[in-house]
Write a protein that binds this ligand. Structure first.
Ligand code: UDX
Length: 464
């Protein structure tokens, strides 16, 4: 079993450290924040991730996993140095590599044995090759360092499961022998392994995330067509997804994608492609559709509840998806901003009570419960599929609202039941009318012949 040092005790670094220890390796995690180090030493996780604390505590107790803020202690007689620091989005959209570079400098300075740096952080194509050249220029070719790209494909809320059950392990470097030694770290998982050059490996990560993002944007674009065609995107996605060449995953229409990865990585890829003069039509289009999806949903709210008269909208859910306390890239935030700009007041609730920016907090009423948010609201918009929010007693709560208008951006509620509870109901991609008066109807104007734009049915207009 190997001795591994992971630089960075953030989301990726903690999961990587704990899971490598779980595979039987001896792992040291180097984290510069003393507060986090104390927490981790006490077995408390600074992030919410199912299963992480349990693995951390048991591996720490078994002596396979330690954490420190001392580079010398972390890097002495280690064999593999993993870099798992952040690559935040710069103001121009490109990936900020300053933390990666600082981590590389630390690795080179303090490693007395290891000559293998593995980059887990998401970095633009060519970064590992560039780091390798930089080390050779400063430490000399004879220093023998190899920089390996070994990207992560962890989804928040299921990161431990993803690490321990990978679809594939991707390893890229200029030295195939070193790449196989890195791949061997995952041997207990018996994964499919892809050995490529480091630039290809870096691009696998960007291309995978961008493809998933554009798959969602594609179904969201189709979902708008469904609305205008009087049908439901769920039926279309089911049929499309059964084609094994396409697959059913990531065809869930809604408010668009968010999170710490898709927005940042698509922006970085777009920026990178522009910088090399390659253009990025598809990735840029995916981003445009994603931003437009929020405006589209806000437009539907406006059709259902005219602004004015102090109409307030209850926004249920702030995090970018359920199962995480992460607000990064959450589509709920621009939705709220647009509602405010349109003149609505907003009452927001999220079960994990995430910290929104002071600026936004000054304009929004943050409520302590869904009940409080819904009381007197002219409309409710469900933005995150937290089980608590999905299982609310909508029949009862609707009665406390000023008007019973419900927008289900996650498509998790039963339209028919909601209509029976007295709601005018809308969800992205559903062109059937869900109001007491017209429950389940396809708009009358709908026909099989091509229609002029102005003749297209406006299902939601019937809801008013
Ligand atoms: C993603 C990738 O899945 C993971 O492989 C990568 O390493 C990091 O980025 P994550 O950001 O945790 O993981 O979330 P994910 O579950 O992939 O969802 C991303 C966003 O897309 C969320 O806002 C989610 O709600 C949305 N989504 C997802 C959809 O709108 N429709 C879908 O069908 C799937």
């Amino acid at each position: 079993m190997a001795r591994i040092t992971v630089i960075g005790g953030g989301y990726v670094g903690l999961v990587t450290s704990a899971c490598f220890a779980e595979l039987g390796h001896h792992v040291r995690c180097l984290e510069s924040d003393p507060g986090k180090v104390s927490m981790l030493k006490a077995g408390t996780m600074p992030i919410q991730e199912p299963g992480l604390a349990e693995i951390w505590q048991s591996q720490a107790a078994a002596g396979n996993l330690t954490v420190t803020d001392s580079p010398a202690e972390a890097l002495s007689s280690t064999e593999f140095v993993y870099i798992a620091v952040g690559t935040p989005e710069s103001p121009d959209g490109s990936a900020n590599l300053e933390y990666v570079e600082a981590a590389v400098d630390t690795a080179v300075k303090y490693s007395d044995l290891s000559r293998t740096i593995c980059v887990k952080s998401t970095v633009p194509p060519g970064t590992c090759a560039g780091i390798q050249q930089r080390i050779r220029a400063t430490a000399g070719v004879e220093s023998g360092w190899t920089v390996v790209s070994n990207p992560e494909f962890l989804s928040q809320g299921r990161a431990v499961e993803d690490f321990l059950n990978p679809d594939r392990v991707v390893v890229g470097s200029s030295d195939e022998r070193v790449s196989w030694s890195v791949a061997a770290l995952y041997a207990p998982l018996d994964p499919k392994t892809v050995i490529v050059d480091s630039t290809a490996s870096e691009l696998v990560k960007y291309a995978s995330n961008s493809f998933l993002a554009l798959k969602i944007s594609f179904i969201n674009e189709i979902s708008r067509l469904c609305e205008y065609s009087g049908t439901d995107v769920g039926q279309v996605a089911a049929g499309v997804g059964m084609d094994s060449r396409i697959g059913e995953k990531f065809l869930q229409a809604g408010l668009g994608w968010g999170g710490s990865c898709f927005p940042k990585d698509t922006a970085a890829l777009e920026k990178f492609m522009q910088s090399v003069g390659a253009g990025s039509d598809i990735v840029s289009a995916a981003r445009t559709v994603n931003a437009g999806q929020v405006s589209h949903v806000v437009g539907r709210v406006k059709e259902m509840v005219p602004v004015g008269d102090g109409a307030s909208v209850a926004v249920l859910g702030l995090t970018f998806k359920d199962g995480t306390d992460d607000l990064r890239g959450s589509q709920a935030i621009p939705l709220i901003q647009q509602l405010l700009a349109d003149g609505y007041s907003v009452r927001a609730y999220d079960p994990v009570q995430p910290q929104i920016s002071e600026e936004l907090a000054s304009k929004v009423t943050v409520c302590a419960s869904a009940e409080e948010a819904l009381f007197g609201a002219a409309a409710a918009v469900l933005t995150t599929a937290w089980p608590e929010l999905v299982s609310l007693d909508y029949a009862e709560l609707g009665k406390s609202m000023r008007s019973q208008v419900l927008v289900d951006t996650r498509r998790v509620l039963d339209p028919q039941a909601m209509v029976e509870f007295g709601f005018d109901f809308y969800r992205p991609g559903d062109g059937r009318v869900h109001t007491a008066q017209f429950a389940g109807e396809v708009p009358a104007e709908q026909g099989s012949a091509p229609v002029e734009a102005e003749m297209l049915p406006q299902p939601m207009a019937a809801a008013g």
